[in-house]
Design a protein. Structure first.
Length: 219
């Protein structure tokens, strides 16, 4: 395991490097490879990017993203009605999302999505789309996943395992896949966050999946 001080230095450099992040008010703590990010950033994009960047550093085993999103005066902050319109327009031009089935409400910058989508990856795509919009402070993603076809759990599990075996970043034998009513649970241990994320994506994009509980640990 790498020294915590070296991990901290690399995380700090990574955050300073990323132009999406205003890192001056971010505090970083590292203990036994576990990274804790605290402070504030002006956008949800910055918060998400900080989490992703910290994960990529060698030696990191977990990331607690406790950053607060606080808009600063140099950013024009839309009101809830305007923000609701921005979200609806953004979803309507996202070809990955069937936005006609999505209802949008906004309360003090917090967006709630309700309705249905055809696949779990569409649910994730809709949330990411919304988080990139200026003025959004957070998202409650209450979208229900309702596949258009009938998928058996056994077939879903088999397809995920096959995808894992094809993925160069993952050793399929290190991961256990269980499926119940379309909801997938991944467990096991991998050496890097890249492998963990690759396993998650193998499940995410498999037809019939309605949710993914990623219990894979890095270590």
């Amino acid at each position: 395991m790498r020294d915590d001080e070296k991990i901290l230095a690399d995380v700090a450099h990574q955050l300073d490097w990323d132009d999406r992040i205003e890192s001056k008010e971010i505090s970083i703590k590292v203990m036994n490879g576990n990274v804790d990010l605290e402070g504030k950033v002006p956008t949800m994009t910055g918060k998400s990017a900080a989490y992703d960047d910290a994960q990529q550093v060698d030696g990191v085993v977990s990331v607690a993203n406790n950053l607060d999103v606080q808009m600063i005066s140099t950013h024009t902050i839309p009101g809830d009605v305007q923000l609701q319109e921005h979200v609806r327009n953004s979803l309507s031009i996202n070809s990955d999302v069937q936005s006609y089935s999505i209802d949008v409400t906004v309360d003090n910058g917090w967006v709630t999505l309700e309705g249905t989508v055809d696949a779990f990856w569409e649910k994730i795509s809709a949330e990411k789309e919304v988080l990139d919009i200026n003025g959004v402070l957070g998202v409650s993603n209450n979208l229900a996943v309702v596949p258009t076809d009938d998928f058996k759990d056994e077939i879903i599990a088999e397809e995920i395992v096959n995808a894992l075996e094809r993925n160069v970043q993952v050793t399929a034998d290190d991961i256990e896949v269980t499926v119940m009513n379309g909801s997938v649970t991944l467990s096991g241990s991998v050496k890097t966050f890249s492998a963990r994320n690759a396993a998650f994506e193998s499940a995410l994009y498999t037809p019939g999946v309605t949710g993914v509980n990623n219990r894979i640990v890095v270590g």
